[in-house]
Design a protein around this ligand. Structure first.
Ligand code: ZN
Length: 552
């Protein structure tokens, strides 16, 4: 989902946001070339930006030596009992770089989490007073405290008053973020996206998102390299499933997207990126049916799934072509737009949705088709929420993470939305209604965040908010957590390793203060994040990237 800050917006028409038309002009005319906006680029507006960059850069240089000492710092969890200080296995220790180790709170061969409430990700009710026994990165046993014999030498952690959930599986994540102007929206500036290879991996992990699918890549080589750095322990971060570069047709408004020239090139591109390490693809708004079909065929021939944020191709058409997954939901589906022509993203994209009735027969038929053809929907309510006045509540942790230019940009747009006329139709509500109906009809809903828009959705924090919004949409907290954990793991083909808490799974789990099965907002109270049985300190991770989002 992009980009209203410097450029045309792809799913909400400009009038709804009540900006100057110049700032947010839509640019989806049939067959149009990509934006040729040649206005002054944001740099001239940066003013003190360069000086600020230098200052922050120096500040970060100063931070680095402090981040290096590997000694585990005080844990956030209230009652960590230092069991006999079990020696770290040489193998695990050597796998982590000094930088990664500096964020580790607990690393022991055997760890017992005692007296904890378990929300296992299957949707089953929470169970109280459980012990989770972690052994060399795996959950060895999980059950009532009295039934689990804790081996001698295990590191014991008393988690009374805490809950564990599976690590979140974020299905619409990115390693990039809208480029900042530092001066709010700049008329005529192209929509550019900057890679956040430093801040985003740390924020995902800090928020308890232990697995991500990148759902469209701006710098696919960088994303693949980041995955390697994380998997080899050189950098802290989530497990990454890297999506290839966007499969976009003619008419892209993001200059960083390649525009496909037809099905032959699509097949070549898909095969090249599978050879290079991509494990999924995302089709984008201007792709033609022929190109999408070629992409699906080439990907499926090699066991790889395709998702789409579509506009030129309707959801029903895409389902018939064999797509596996659709992003964002009905808000971006143009098949009910009376002006829709085949293979063209209509110029008034986004306008027709106001009149679409979720209960109507055509929409219900579309839902049935998706369900019958096993096409999953990725919910990204959290990005739509930012276009509602004064939502989400402004959070200090978001402001802390943002660089000054990005903070300025974010607050400028947020204020304009708050001061503008209220939207005539609450699209967030409509999308919620659609997703709830889709699941009740038997559809598979995945959860993601999409850290784009005007910058109000940050890595990890957005995934947590997304689960809260699923509850607002009508799902129970247990269902919402299930959608954000097991459903993603199933879709990725990883459900025998991650996504649920039971013996034999990898120990990817999040320790929360409170009880998210009753109060979903407790999902933000992350105190420890276990990935492969190693616990990371979320506060240290987040503090290490204060002011960095928007820079790197
Ligand atoms: Zn996206």
């Amino acid at each position: 989902m992009f980009i209203d800050r410097n450029a045309p917006h792809d799913y909400l028409p400009a009038h709804r946001l009540s900006f100057d038309a110049e700032t947010l002009v839509t640019n989806t005319a049939p067959g149009s070339q990509r934006s040729t906006a040649s206005g002054p680029w944001a740099r001239r507006h940066y003013g003190g930006f360069v000086r600020l960059t230098t200052r922050l850069f120096l500040a970060f240089l100063l931070l680095i030596p402090r981040a290096l000492p590997a000694a585990a710092q005080t844990l956030q969890v209230a009652a960590v009992l230092a069991g006999s200080a079990a020696a770290l296995s040489a193998q695990e220790k050597s796998a982590l770089s000094p930088v990664t180790k500096s964020f580790v709170a607990i690393d022991a061969p055997v760890i017992a989490l005692q007296h904890v409430r378990v929300v296992d990700g299957t949707g089953a009710p929470a169970t109280e007073n459980q012990t989770v026994l972690i052994d060399h990165g795996n959950i060895r046993e999980l059950g009532p405290d009295a039934s689990i014999k804790v081996p001698e030498g295990a590191k014991i952690v008393d988690l009374s008053g805490h809950s564990v959930i599976p690590g979140l599986v974020g299905m619409h994540e990115h390693m990039y973020y809208p480029a900042a102007s530092g001066a709010g929206p700049v008329p005529g500036a192209p929509a550019l996206l900057d890679e956040m290879g430093f801040s985003f991996p740390r924020l995902y992990l800090a928020a308890g998102v232990t697995t991500i699918r990148t759902a469209g890549s701006i710098e696919p080589y960088t994303d693949l390299a980041l995955k390697k750095l994380i998997d080899t322990g050189q950098q802290p971060g989530p497990k990454m499933h890297v999506t290839g570069p966007y499969l976009e047709g003619l008419g892209s408004f993001v200059p960083q997207f390649h525009e496909l020239s037809g099905p032959e090139e699509t097949t070549r591109m898909v095969n090249y990126w599978i050879d290079t390490g991509a494990t999924s693809f995302k089709a984008f708004m201007h792709i033609t049916r022929a190109e999408l079909s070629a992409a699906i065929k080439a990907a499926h021939a090699r066991g790889i799934k395709v998702t789409g944020h579509l506009c030129s191709v309707g959801f029903s058409e895409a389902a018939d072509l064999g797509i596996d997954n659709l992003e964002h939901g009905i808000i971006v589906d143009e098949e009910f737009n009376p002006h829709k022509q085949l293979d063209v993203c209509p110029p008034d994209a986004g306008n027709a949705i106001e009149k679409v009735d979720i209960e109507s027969a055509p929409v219900q038929a579309m839902i049935r088709k998706l369900v019958d053809k096993h096409v999953a929907i990725t919910s990204t309510l959290v990005i739509f929420e930012t276009f509602q006045p004064n939502r989400p509540p402004l959070q200090q942790r978001v402001l802390q993470a943002l660089s000054q230019p990005s903070r300025t940009d974010y607050l400028a747009v947020r204020t304009k939305i708050a001061e503008g006329p209220p939207p005539s139709v609450n699209l967030l509500k409509k999308e919620m209604q659609f997703e709830y109906a889709f699941v009740k009809a038997g559809g598979v809903l995945l959860s993601g965040e999409d850290p784009t828009g005007y910058g109000g959705v940050l890595a990890g924090y957005g995934d947590q908010r997304q689960v809260e919004l699923l509850v607002e949409a009508g799902f129970s907290p247990l269902e919402a957590i299930h959608i954000a954990t097991q459903n993603g793991a199933d879709f990725l083909g990883e459900s025998d390793r991650i996504g649920t808490l039971k013996s034999g799974r990898r120990a990817d789990l999040v320790v929360l203060k409170g009880d998210p099965s009753r109060k979903i907002e407790d999902i933000e109270n992350v105190e420890l994040v276990f990935k492969d049985g190693i616990a990371y300190d979320p506060k240290k991770l987040a503090d290490s990237v204060a002011g960095a989002v928007g820079f790197h």
